[in-house]
Design a protein around this ligand. Structure first.
Ligand SMILES: Nc1nc2c(ncn2[C@@H]2O[C@H](COP(=O)(O)OP(=O)(O)OP(=O)(O)O)[C@@H](O)[C@H]2O)c(=O)[nH]1
Ligand SMILES: [Mg+2]
Length: 301
């Protein structure tokens, strides 16, 4: 059983790593033909590293081909590419924070909300979950089960129609209880449905205008298996509410774990967490060094 977070990350990235390492070994051998460049390009693209980053990596590999330290140098190079875009200053969840979890249907919002609640609680922060998915009857039941597993209080209203009213009630209750972090699970919505996107705006507005004591953080869940499609989801959500970060879910088992590069470098939204499974423990705080090490076959944690 792989138990440490780094071990789980390493395991999750195994299929992506296979592709990247195959590419690196080709170029490290020092024989750069146009055929091998095409092959490397195809490998990087199929790992969803994105066109722009693939081109940059190829240029870098060409000028470093044959070097005995190409593996280590590539590690620093990839770390620098990502670090340039990571917003180190934006703090994660602290006291009096509202965390909005938004995203397209089935991308892992509810599961991630529960995992995050569990992780914050384990770190000593008092957490309340608010179930603002008023569309599906089963949504509250799903959240109830998670909250009971994580031993976190849940505020919901099974008869409510308007998610903003649930959020209002939830934040009022949280204010009274002096809860530290309030995590809001929202309904899945297609980014192309304008009415649903306006509803997100309204929810965000309620929290920001009526509850100024809370700072707001909003995260979008993106399913790593959706590859480049997820970029347009995040772009559109970001036009409606300011996104502070990405929770990249279902990293376990995907061969497209390179998607972190276009998310950070093209969207310029930092990846904050990685979902690596279906249990409460399967959420990893994103860290550039650990991610790149796992991608290139560094030490298994
Ligand atoms: N393997 C794996 N499965 C995940 C992960 N995150 C979520 N899932 C699974 O994905 C499915 C959908 O997850 P939910 O959390 O219900 O997704 P959602 O975004 O809340 O869905 P809607 O509310 O219907 O929009 C469930 O079967 C989860 O167990 C992950 O990191 N890894
Ligand atoms: Mg849900």
């Amino acid at each position: 059983m792989v138990s440490s977070p780094l071990g789980r990350l390493f395991k999750s990235l195994s299929r992506t790593r296979e592709k990247i390492l195959h590419a690196v070994h080709k170029i490290a051998a020092g024989k750069v033909s146009s055929d091998s460049i095409h092959e490397i390009e195809a490998l990087l693209l199929s790992a969803d590293v994105g066109v722009a980053t693939t081109e940059e990596i190829i240029r870098w590999l060409e000028s470093n081909a044959g070097s005995s330290s190409v593996g280590n140098d590539l590690r620093s190079y990839l770390q620098d590419l990502l670090k340039a875009e990571m917003d180190e200053s934006s703090s994660a969840e602290s006291e009096r924070t509202v965390v909005f979890i938004v995203g397209v249907n089935g991308t892992g919002k509810t599961t991630s909300a529960a995992k995050l609640a569990h992780s914050l609680k384990s770190g000593g922060i008092s957490v309340i979950l608010v179930g603002a998915d008023t569309y599906r009857a089963a949504a509250v039941e799903q959240l109830k089960q998670w909250c009971s597993a994580a031993d976190v209080p849940l505020i919901c209203n099974e008869s409510a129609q308007d998610p903003s009213s649930v959020i209002f009630d939830g934040l009022e209750a949280a204010s009274a209880r002096e809860a530290g972090t309030v995590i809001i699970d929202t309904a899945g919505r297609l980014h192309t449905y304008r009415n649903l996107m306006r509803e997100v705006e309204k929810m965000y507005r309620i929290a920001s205008t009526k509850f100024p004591d809370f700072s707001i953080v909003s995260y979008i869940t993106l399913d790593a298996n959706l590859g480049q499609n997820s970029l347009s989801q995040a772009r559109t959500f970001n036009e409606h509410i300011p996104l502070d970060g990405v929770i990249l879910t279902k990293m376990d088992g995907t061969a497209r774990g390179g998607i972190v590069f276009p998310i950070c470098r093209e969207l310029r939204i930092p990846v904050k967490y990685l979902g690596v499974g279906e249990t409460l423990e399967d959420l990893i705080e994103f860290n550039v060094e650990e991610y790149v090490a796992s991608l290139l076959g560094g030490d298994e944690g």
